[in-house]
Design a binder for this molecule. Structure first.
Ligand SMILES: C[S@@+](CC[C@H](N)C(=O)[O-])C[C@H]1O[C@@H](n2cnc3c(N)ncnc32)[C@H](O)[C@@H]1O
Length: 390
């Protein structure tokens, strides 16, 4: 079976990769949650924040490593014998992931621990400032694709003439490679600045130049590149620009939609997203925050700032700026409508929307009363009827 490419899967990468044929991918770049004990939020241009994914692990590092190992085994299985994997991590779990990778890929296939060094981030007076990430590079076998990369020479005394770069050592000419010195395993690349053109506001977005180096070194034109933790799609965009085939996976519908938008911007107009939640059953299974993100994205709305979301408003319709509340439940009742009335009034609005799977009779009665007596138009929108309203 040949692997279908140039598409995005919305789902858990463990389940998605399990359906791929073995030995079908040339290169994997994986940038998983780092065991950082943080919640990551996306900051949109309007200052609104939204939770996009959680990196907290009940049960500690052993639970995390087990979760990762299952996925790393799938990565190993789907890689071709000539393939390589780059696993991006940091001090939180790099030591444990290295041991796991040694077991899965075989320690003889360890190639590098790349140190990506940058200047951003905090500092403390109790230890040295932590200013690097670790990227573990393993091949699947001894015969892996590798295109050497070069950096400009930093040493002095190099001359150039029509025959190229050279130095005079002990009275003799020693030629130097025109392309520069072979690239070492320490890479100084700035983190994406807050005003950088490529910055999308997605937390943990990686710089394109970092991915370009990895893809150019460990893949060739038309090779298949897989990113099982796609985020906002940095790997896919670089793969497309370098003429590689690509596959992205992310469990977050909002990440998948960002990947799509970003790929469209670099000319990939026919991106397919597979597995984006569609049925009511699938929508009910989403994490509550993922469901909320899905609804607001689906209606083309904007997210609330934290202050208004504390008041029960999750977002606003795009043009009319009508407040929207999202409930991932059936049988939403009168009390929800009642509380929403107060939130709308505080915002000085007269129309608002509650989106849920279904509402009770008393909820409809309360909405009718608010309209008649309070001049408030509260629309109770069932998820399967959203297209009729927005
Ligand atoms: C560190 S971010 C990746 C950032 C990405 N490299 C970029 O440049 O945008 C990790 C991503 O993994 C996703 N993720 C977490 N668990 C996942 C799973 N089981 N399957 C697929 N994606 C997952 C999160 O939604 C998040 O977008």
């Amino acid at each position: 079976m040949e692997l279908d490419t140039n598409l995005i899967y919305c789902g858990d990468n463990l389940e998605v990769m399990a359906k791929f044929p073995e030995k079908s991918v040339d290169l994997i770049y994986a940038d998983p949650p780092f065991f950082s004990n943080k919640q990551y939020e996306i900051i949109w241009g309007n200052g609104a924040e939204m939770k996009v994914y959680e990196d907290r692990w009940k049960g500690g590092i052993n639970v995390y490593i087990q979760w990762m190992a299952e996925r790393l085994w799938q990565c190993y299985r789907v890689l071709k014998d000539t393939g390589s994997m780059y696993l991006h991590c940091d001090w939180h779990a790099s030591h444990r992931l290295r041991v796991a990778m040694d077991e899965i890929f075989d320690e003889r296939h360890f190639q590098n621990e790349i140190i990506w060094s940058y200047r951003t981030g905090g500092a403390t007076k109790t230890r040295f400032a932590r200013k690097h990430d670790n990227i573990l590079f393993y091949s699947k076998s001894e015969k892996h694709t590798f295109n050497p990369q070069y950096v400009p020479y930093v040493m002095g005394g190099i001359l150039e003439d029509e025959r190229g770069l050279y130095q005079i050592q002990k009275g003799k000419r020693v030629n130097f490679n025109q392309r520069g010195a072979l690239m070492p395993d320490v890479w100084e690349i700035p983190y994406i600045g807050s005003v950088a053109r490529e910055r999308l506001g997605y937390p943990t977005q990686k710089p394109e130049i970092l991915l370009k180096r990895i893809l150019e070194a460990s893949s060739n034109k038309d090779d298949i590149v897989l990113d099982p933790f796609g985020g906002c799609g940095t790997t896919l965009v670089v793969a497309r620009q370098l003429g590689r085939k690509w596959i992205g996976i992310d469990v977050s519908p909002i990440a998948c939609s960002l990947m799509n938008t970003r790929l469209n911007k670099v000319g990939a107009s026919d991106v397919r997203i597979i597995g984006a939640p569609k049925t009511i059953k699938e929508l009910k299974q989403l994490e509550p925050f993922q469901f909320q993100n899905w609804v607001i994205a689906r209606i083309g709305g904007v997210l609330s700032t934290r202050k208004s979301s504390d008041m029960g408003i999750d977002g606003y319709t795009f043009m009319a700026k009508g407040p929207v509340q999202v409930k991932q439940s059936e049988g939403v009742g009168r009390n929800v409508v009642d509380n929403f009335e107060t939130a709308i009034r505080r915002e000085h609005k007269t129309t608002g929307y509650i989106v849920a799977f279904s509402f009770t009779k008393s909820a409809y009665e309360e909405a009718a009363r608010a309209k008649l007596e309070g001049n408030l138009d509260i629309k109770l929108v069932r998820v399967n009827e959203m297209d009729n309203y927005f």
